[in-house]
Design a protein around this ligand. Structure first.
Ligand SMILES: [Fe+2]
Ligand SMILES: [Fe+2]
Length: 329
């Protein structure tokens, strides 16, 4: 303070700026709007977008009396977006996996809600990856934690919680299939969390329709993998999540969409997520569909769908639900 020099080029007029409380910034998160620091009687650009935060830095700012940073009013939508996406649901990493998976599902559902209202940005991708990593640790610790995931969800909420549950189921299956590489698991979980992102571009009336879809409505619904692929085309998303988004409705016998690929052409991670996707749809109450118990759903898959779906995933899920889990390191 005390520097009255008005000629300092980096100083900004405070009247057009809004305060942003430092304690609203989560460590390890990224802000995609510029943040300014009040210093020497003016505002100086401090954290240029995109800026990654560490706990140490946030602690230091608060310790130095900087309770708030400032952003340009014009960036309010980005700020609102940041606050929504990081509105946590505190996830205690030491809590029991059955409780933790519920909190993580809540966090992932909020992420999905945000995806329906805003664009896919690097902040969303980073947030999905964070939730995915936390899910990996949780499910690795106890794959049976997935049994805590509720079967009955309000129809309107289905869209939001579905992807989170698919992520958890897919992880439990992959761990049971001896996949222990956390980077690979997290990539798969990120893909699962985002797999239906393209539904954000499907007409809401079709998406929320309670009755059976007409053929043209089905045509529109079936575009969601291609929409999703286009939405993440410019993102930093790696190959596995992108393949999951584009191919999760392909079937091993070539009867799926959009490209009628066969089992040989699909990544293992895609097959696992596709299986988890079907399992979640069967165990959730939907319009025109009774909600099956987990065991009814497995019997239905065994009898009717297994020719098209990943049989290793089926076997793994049977083992998990029977409590015969492989404990990984
Ligand atoms: Fe889908
Ligand atoms: Fe899905």
């Amino acid at each position: 303070m005390g520097d009255t020099s008005k000629s300092h080029g980096s100083h900004v007029d405070k009247t057009s700026m809004q305060a942003f409380p430092v304690d609203q910034i989560l460590d390890n998160s990224s802000t995609d709007f510029d943040l300014f620091l009040e210093a020497a009687g003016g505002l100086t650009l401090y954290a240029q977008a995109t800026y990654k935060w560490s706990k140490d830095e946030l602690t230091r700012l608060l310790a130095n009396g900087h309770k708030s940073l400032f952003y340009r009013q014009a960036e309010t939508p980005r700020v609102d977006f940041y606050l929504r996406i990081h509105k946590q649901v505190q996830v205690d990493v030491l809590s029991h996996p059955r409780l933790r998976i519920l909190n993580l599902t809540e966090a992932a559902a909020e992420l999905t809600r945000v995806l329906y209202e805003y664009d896919v940005t690097p902040v969303v991708i980073a947030k999905a990856a964070d939730v995915a990593v936390a899910m990996v640790q949780c499910v690795k610790q106890d794959p049976t934690c997935i049994t805590a995931l509720g079967q009955l969800v309000q129809h309107d909420e289905y869209t939001y919680y579905h992807s989170a549950r698919v992520g958890a189921y897919a992880l439990a299956i992959a761990v049971q299939l001896s996949q222990s590489d956390e980077t690979k698991l997290a990539a798969m979980a990120t893909g699962a969390l985002l797999h239906d992102v393209g539904k954000a571009r499907v007409d809401r009336k079709v998406l929320d329709k309670r009755g059976a879809l007409t053929p043209p409505e089905w045509d529109e619904m079936r575009l969601h993998p291609v929409h999703g692929d286009a939405m993440v085309a410019e993102s930093q998303l790696s190959v596995v999540p992108r393949q999951i988004i584009l191919h999760h409705h392909e079937r091993l016998d070539g009867t799926g969409y959009p490209h009628k690929l066969t089992g040989k052409e699909l990544l293992e991670e895609v097959k696992i997520v596709a299986f988890a996707d079907v399992f979640d749809a069967l165990t959730t109450s939907r319009p025109y569909q009774v909600c099956r118990t987990r065991f009814e759903a497995l019997a239905f898959i065994r009898d009717r769908l297994l020719a098209n779906l990943h049989s290793d995933s089926y076997n793994a899920l049977v083992e998990i639900l029977a409590g015969r889990v492989k404990q990984s390191a």
